[in-house]
Write a protein that binds this ligand. Structure first.
Ligand code: ZN
Length: 345
């Protein structure tokens, strides 16, 4: 029987796994368990193994049939050595201090138990790879840049031999990861060098302007200044009740204040998108993440800004829009990564 691969999406709340054939069809359904990310490495490792075993069981395969495991992890990943260099959502409380994962040899720990090779990548990077093969990229686009809008802003860049010059023999989409795995931090694209302070310590990153909390803050301010806005009705006048989903609900109902909010957020995102169109000249730019569900008013502003800031001859050939895999791009990227290695086998 042909080998299969397993994709794993390790998150701060849940760990999810799915089994796929090497040509990309899913076997069985996704399996999900709590990742227990705050309870230390040993416990999280057992949760991952439990999820892997359940996924294989549900697909009716045994570990000997699995050619590779691909794994999406939020953090800085050293893919060559299979080490999580830093993952701020994972760790263990020791007294007053929460000690986050530093240099955790996760791939080897799983391999030692299952005798299956494990290939890891950063979750936002792998989401771009998943979107490339299973979403807007269709597996054939000549390059793809993806932004994931959410609690933070992540991103990834998929190149093909069309984006490079020289005699590269590889075909298909390959992730840009940089020399020590840190590339693709599109959320830290600086859109205003003396702008807001970002969580990374720099100023003016697109994440500082357009992450979830910045949207909430902007909405609260707008709501105060526009007492007639539907936002006041939907929140019963309580700014604490504001969420991006609620702003989206108000804009869908035509509330001008809510539309203004998406217009401003889309302008910020659009500047970052234009920068990356100019850098990578991709065929596709996909905007994913839960915030992207705001839809039309957000995308209208992104399109307008990109038109004003990107180089027109590069924009001409670029398809920009909502990502197609809003909920499982990460796991599908892990599958795609595993397939590239299992295919060598
Ligand atoms: Zn930043």
């Amino acid at each position: 029987m042909a080998k299969v691969v397993v994709g794993v999406d390790l998150g701060g709340t849940n760990v999810r796994a799915g089994v796929f054939t090497t040509d990309g069809s899913q076997m069985g359904e996704y399996v999900q368990n709590p990742s227990r990310a705050q309870e230390g490495f040993k416990i999280t490792l057992e949760q991952i193994l439990l999820t892997l075993n359940q996924a294989m069981e549900r697909a009716g395969v045994v570990s000997a049939q699995v050619g590779a495991i691909g794994m999406a992890v939020p953090g800085h990943i050293d893919a060559v050595h299979g080490v999580v260099r830093w993952a701020p959502n994972f760790g263990e409380r020791k007294g007053e201090v929460f000690e986050v994962w530093r240099d955790v040899p996760l791939a080897d720990a799983i391999r030692a138990r299952l005798q299956i090779p494990v290939y890891m990548g950063n979750d936002a990077n792998l989401a771009a790879l998943g979107e490339y093969y299973y979403g807007a990229g269709k597996g054939t686009a000549k390059g793809l840049v993806m932004f994931t809008l959410g609690t933070g802003i992540g991103g990834g860049v998929v190149l093909t031999h069309h984006q490079i010059q020289g005699n590269a023999r590889w075909q298909g989409g390959i992730l840009l990861v940089g020399m020590n795995g840190g590339a693709g931090e599109l959320g830290h694209t600086i859109i205003n060098w003396h702008g807001r302070r970002c969580g990374c310590g720099a100023m003016g990153c697109v994440e500082a302007f357009a992450q979830r909390d910045a949207i909430v803050e902007l909405a609260r301010e707008k709501m105060r200044r526009n007492p007639n806005s539907l936002l006041n009705t939907l929140t019963e006048g309580d700014p604490a009740k504001i969420t991006p989903a609620l702003v989206a609900q108000a804009s869908e109902q035509g509330d001008p204040t809510a539309i203004e909010i998406w217009d401003e957020i889309g302008t910020y995102v659009g500047i970052a998108v234009a920068t990356h169109i100019n850098t990578f000249n991709p065929e596709v730019v996909a905007i994913g993440g839960q915030i992207a569900k705001a839809g039309e008013p957000l995308f209208k502003a992104i399109h307008r800004t990109v038109r004003d800031y990107a180089i027109p001859t590069l924009l001409e050939t670029c398809r920009l829009g909502l990502a197609e895999r809003l909920d499982d791009a990460g796991i599908l990227g892990a599958v795609a990564l595993a397939q590239q290695y299992a295919g060598e086998g």
